[in-house]
Design a protein around this ligand. Structure first.
Ligand code: F6R
Length: 366
């Protein structure tokens, strides 16, 4: 079942060129200049008239939700809020018929996410699911939705479900943007064409595997790690940190790079690896200065950069190159090395990668 891979997690990381393709299959055509999600088409009126979109999720799915927020606000210009399902459901949220609540869930069975949707439905909001498990409780409850079609995810640490969710959120944002005319035709074309090339670029990212294994050996003995990113790569930093915590049991935190100054910088010394995702075109100079601040305090910098980058690469202790892409699509690539890094650190430390302690694949109780 593992297809020759040592662990399900590794197999699922390597499946991503295919699963991202499957999430787009039949839904996107650069030739026809279109993106179509059937579930969205059914409720197109509700979507274009929406006052607000609220995304509810837990864990890794919450992180893809944050990327969804950047995408939908950036491209479709509709305000988005992302909430932990557990917090949303217990705080008497303000909701009405002009709101759309989108649930993100791999399993489709997460208790808090399901309860958040039930509440949203009661309050008259339209509820939409972006789910992997076909026929799951969340899929059945929602008014409409889009499956990510990633196939069963067995490893407890979510990988291909994350990129599948981000892919569908990208399609959703693009489709809404086209309906609302909030992006130019050129931008739309560029993003659609580039999205079609993402599976090939993920294959490129996977080629860094051996190099990442080497980096894992170099940093595995540390007890803490900091993940930094800005903009679209901030949620990627959160996800990188969660992956490391879950399967290697090393304490890690993700931060927006500029927040470092407001506290976490006090932690930085030669025992602190800092993983910086620097694939942004915007705010690039600012990321360079964030890296300089870390180096000045003797932090160990591991930088994820676009191929050919020189400014950060020449300063960092370790560099992982990934293909260049449009900024809006960069999380689909930049998360891959972070998944591999946590995988290899966990293997090096002899952890139970596929079934980490205290964790369940499907959290059906709150
Ligand atoms: C992280 C992980 C969990 C889940 C979370 C939500 O690797 O697996 O954080 O992402 O429990 O699960 P779903 O997406 O099934 O609702």
């Amino acid at each position: 079942e593992k297809n020759g891979y040592e662990h399900f997690m590794l197999k699922e990381i390597y499946e991503q060129p295919t699963t991202i393709f499957d999430a787009m299959r039949g839904r996107i055509s650069s030739k026809e200049n279109r993106v179509t999600l059937r579930g969205l088409e059914e409720y197109a009126n509700r979507f274009v008239r929406a006052n607000r979109i609220i995304i509810v999720a837990c864990g890794t799915s919450y992180h893809s939700g944050l990327i969804g927020e950047y995408l939908i606000e950036d491209l479709a210009r509709i305000p988005v809020e992302v909430e932990y399902a557990s917090e949303f459901r217990y705080r008497n949220p303000i909701l009405n018929e002009r709101d759309i609540v989108i649930a993100l869930s791999q399993s489709g069975e997460t208790a808090d996410t399901l309860a958040a949707l039930e509440l949203a439905k009661q309050k008259g909001a339209m509820i939409y699911g972006i789910v992997n498990s076909v026929g799951s409780s969340i899929a059945r409850l929602t008014d409409a939705g889009s499956y990510i079609h990633a196939g069963p995810e067995i490893g407890v640490a979510s990988t291909k479900a994350f990129t599948g969710q981000v892919t569908v959120l990208t399609l959703l944002a693009l489709s809404m943007a086209q309906k609302l005319s909030t992006v130019s035709n050129t931008t739309f074309q560029t993003l659609v064409t580039e999205l079609e090339s993402i599976p090939e670029k993920v294959k490129e990212c996977l080629k860094a595997d051996e190099h990442i294994r080497y980096i894992a050996k170099e940093i595995k003995h540390h007890h803490n790690a900091l993940y930094l990113g800005r903009g679209y790569n901030f949620p990627v930093a959160l996800e990188g940190a969660l992956k490391l915590k879950e399967i290697s049991y090393i304490h890690a935190e993700g931060y927006p790079a500029a927040e470092m100054k407001h506290g976490p910088i006090a932690l930085i010394d030669e025992t602190m690896p800092v993983i910086v995702t620097a694939t942004n075109q915007s705010a690039y100079e600012k990321i360079i200065s964030n890296v300089q601040e870390v180096l000045a305090r003797k932090g160990v910098v591991i930088a994820v950069v676009p191929k050919g980058e020189t400014a950060i690469s020449s300063m960092a202790h370790h560099v992982i190159e990934i293909p260049a892409t449009e900024e809006q699509l960069s999380p689909l690539l930049s998360v891959i090395p972070l998944q591999l890094l946590s995988y290899h650190i966990a293997v090096e430390l002899g952890r139970n990668v596929d079934q980490p302690r205290n964790l369940a694949k499907s959290v059906t109780v709150e």
